[in-house]
Design a protein around this ligand. Structure first.
Ligand SMILES: [Zn+2]
Length: 124
């Protein structure tokens, strides 16, 4: 499973599918897991492709952020960000003040989430 697939699976809603390369149905291509069909060609055979959220974009950032809150991860993740990247002190009040501003950045947010959950980048 790729890092993005792992992130997706951590926070997805019950009805959401991290679509994977499936098979052609006429001119459409279907997901191997849920059978939903698409007109676009998957970008890579490992499966994440264009049909799933791109966590390097603002849309992907908000997709992750919304689901972190829905799943109740936001407080512990915020605490992780402040503690890991900002301060070694135990001033818990700072943890309630949002996420450090530099993590309002899709790439840094994705990387921090991967570190939070111990997800390793694929080695190519
Ligand atoms: Zn699917």
């Amino acid at each position: 499973m790729t890092p993005d697939q792992q992130l997706f699976e951590k926070v997805k809603r019950d009805d959401e599918c991290c679509h994977e390369w499936g098979y052609w149905k006429g001119t459409r291509h279907s997901c191997a897991k849920c059978d939903k069909t698409f007109t676009d060609r998957p970008t890579n055979i490992s499966g994440y492709g264009t049909r799933n959220p791109d966590f390097t974009t603002p849309e992907g950032f908000f997709w992750l952020w919304e689901r972190l809150q829905e799943k109740g991860w936001q407080d512990i993740f915020r605490a992780f960000l402040w503690k890991e990247f900002h301060t070694a002190n135990d001033d818990l009040s700072v943890f309630r003040s949002g996420i450090p501003v530099e993590f309002i950045n899709p790439l840094k947010f994705r990387a921090a989430l991967m570190e939070f959950w111990g997800i390793k980048e694929d080695i190519i």
